[in-house]
Design a protein around this ligand. Structure first.
Ligand code: PEP
Ligand code: MG
Length: 609
């Protein structure tokens, strides 16, 4: 049986299921006598006290495991159980309505849940689970129920219809291999925690849990968003191979990642590829991992360290639900630039909207075609100027680049550059130090930008191709929609042609072009990108090593011939995949590219942000 869900945290897990189902508690309605009120109020106060103690305990565990930023989820829970207005209201209602504390707690918190559930904002809706966590905790004390069990004896994949952030943290202390959750979205706290913990997770599986029993054999594919229950031997074997490949290509602590001439790797016939890393900003664990990786590639001469080809600054919002202030950004960007110095960091200005989180409820029928990325920045000058000034101030040592997302028209770019000049002037007037030559680039991720690349390139220092959005907009396929995931073909010849146009235009003008979408980490794409003459690829830190290894196995002239053949005959993404597989097969490279072997026809499905 196969279930498809949303890949919330990457990786592949194979193991027995542990079916976790927490019976939801409900308070039974009955009447109190006025004389019972003091006792009932006292029980409520006792429950609040215990809740605070337990949440604090979980918060401390979370802090050790995932760092201060993600453990702030529990600080928010703590604030809710310490909210005087809510607590007073509950006490008042016990007295006025003569109902047990459990009943009032149940109705009061359920009321807040309904309000959030009705919100237009996905992030707010996902906070419903946090309130459920608090409500259930209080009901457990008030109804004298036992402690929840959050311990697994044998390493297992946890399957649940719903999981709270506290559950996730506590289960992570025992041998959980992965999380499979019917509810939730990628921005739910449990998904964020799973990513921070490095535990593969699927969410949004709808009704998978009821078809799974403890002990069932499971494959949880956090790469493609699939849960396979009791797989046949062949599937299991294929996944075992892939799993060892994924693990082998992962990043070990203090490991030497690249050869001596890193971060530039060379094909067998001497074409250079510079590897960079993508970083989701705001997650301390991810930053330190990337930093460690950068430091382990110290090399002789020239460029010394692995830099950051894409810093998704908007990810700060996922963890904090609000834009950082200019001052906060000053500190954060400077810290990042210092930590990676002398390598370069590429700060992309906030790319919110579309499928990404934006606080406040801006309801749009077509968010991916709506108020998104640079469009928002241009409409919010204070926000934009603040971010630009903060980035400029971090650039004083000369290792910061800036990049605009979702550029569609000339006019937008002109206006963005004018804001940048204004930000520079603000700093000049204050006598602040910054890099006057800070390179400025754009994401090429909308077909209009690729088609008009020649007119954009004189205005910028570099291009960075966002293959995720470029695929979405070229093929008119929502990158986060399950129903059409099979149509999301990032290797479609139409997408490749736009990449070629962009790369040619940059090359003619002697300017660099980088690929920073997920395509860069797709094993089947490596020969194609090398063949297209791409010289920079930015991938997630866990893909760095495998990308370097694959590049060394390839011959760039052969790859060029492959690209010519693709453009001459391929009419679909499937054609391209087949041709690349044949190419690898002829050269006995399929084993070394084993991730490629297992990438099936569903296309490289992009998880939503
Ligand atoms: C892209 O679109 O390929 C990209 C790198 O940007 P994001 O995935 O953040 O939209
Ligand atoms: Mg994009």
């Amino acid at each position: 049986m196969r279930f498809s869900g949303i890949a919330a945290s990457r990786g592949i897990a194979i193991g027995p299921a542990y079916r976790y189902s927490r019976t939801l508690l409900y308070a039974e309605d009955r009447d109190l006598l006025p004389a019972d009120v003091p006792y009932e109020t006292e029980r409520f106060d006792g429950a609040i006290l215990r809740a605070r103690q337990e949440i604090e305990k979980v918060r401390r565990v979370a802090e050790q495991k995932v760092g201060a930023s993600a453990s702030s989820i529990f600080e928010a829970q703590m604030m809710m159980v310490s909210d005087d207005i809510i607590l007073k209201r509950i006490r008042k209602r016990i007295k006025a309505e003569l109902k047990p504390a459990a009943v009032i707690v149940d109705t009061e918190f359920s009321h807040h849940q309904r309000l959030l559930q009705a919100s237009d904002n996905a992030l707010m809706r996902e906070r419903v689970d946090d309130i459920e966590d608090i409500k259930q905790r209080l009901l457990r004390y008030l109804l004298d129920r036992k402690k929840w069990l959050s311990k697994i004896e044998v390493p297992s994949i946890l399957v649940a219809d719903m999981l709270t952030p506290a559950d996730a943290i506590l289960f992570a202390r025992s041998s959980v291999l992965a999380f499979s959750i019917d509810g939730g979205g990628v921005t739910s706290h449990v998904a964020i925690l799973a990513r921070s913990l490095g535990i593969p997770a699927l969410v949004g599986l709808h009704d998978a849990a009821e078809s799974v029993e403890t002990g069932d054999m499971l494959i949880l594919d956090g790469e493609r968003g699939e849960l396979i229950v009791n797989p046949d031997d062949e599937t299991l074997k294929g996944y075992r191979q892939e799993q060892s490949f994924v693990i082998a290509s992962g990043v070990g602590v203090g490991e030497k990642i690249l050869e001596d001439d890193a971060p530039i790797v060379r094909t067998s016939d001497g074409q250079d590829l510079r590897i960079l890393m993508n970083l989701e900003f705001g997650n301390e664990i991810a930053i330190s991992e990337a930093e460690r990786l950068s430091q382990t590639t110290v090399v002789s001469g020239g460029e010394k360290r692995l830099g950051l080809g894409l810093v998704r600054t908007e990810h700060f919002l996922l963890l904090h639900d609000e834009f950082p202030s200019e001052e906060e950004q000053n500190v954060l960007y400077k810290d990042l630039a210092d930590r990676f110095y002398p390598a370069t960091i590429t700060l992309r200005t906030f790319d919110v909207g579309g499928d990404k989180v934006l606080s406040g409820s801006y309801r749009e029928d077509n968010p991916n075609l709506g108020w998104r990325g640079l469009r928002i920045s241009l409409d919010e000058p204070d926000l934009f100027l603040g971010q630009l000034r903060a980035a400029l101030r971090a650039s004083y040592r000369g290792n910061v680049k800036i990049m605009f997302p979702m550029v569609t028209t000339q006019d937008e770019l002109q206006r963005a550059l004018a804001f940048l000049e204004q930000a520079r002037n603000d700093l000049r007037n204050k006598g602040e130090n910054f890099d006057e030559e800070m390179p400025v680039g754009i994401m090429v991720e909308v077909p209009s930008a690729a088609l008009m690349a020649d007119t954009f390139i004189p205005m910028v220092d570099y291009f960075s191709i966002g293959s995720n959005d470029l695929t979405q907009y070229t093929l008119a396929v929502d990158r986060g929609n399950d129903l059409i995931a099979g149509l999301f073909q990032e290797l479609h010849p139409a997408v490749l042609k736009l990449i070629q146009l962009t790369a040619q235009s940059a090359r003619r003008n002697g300017k660099p072009v980088c690929i920073c979408g997920e395509l860069g980490g797709n094993p089947l794409a490596t020969p194609v990108l090398i063949g297209l003459g791409i010289e920079e690829i930015s991938v997630s830190p866990s893909s760095v090593r495998a990308l370097a290894a694959r590049t060394r196995l390839l011959n760039a002239s052969d790859c060029k011939a492959l690209v010519n053949q693709i453009f001459a005959t391929a009419t679909s993404g499937e054609d391209v995949k087949r041709m690349v597989l044949e190419f690898l097969n002829e050269r006995n490279l399929v084993e070394s590219f084993s991730d490629a072997k297992l990438r099936r026809g569903t296309g490289a499905r992009m998880p939503k942000k």
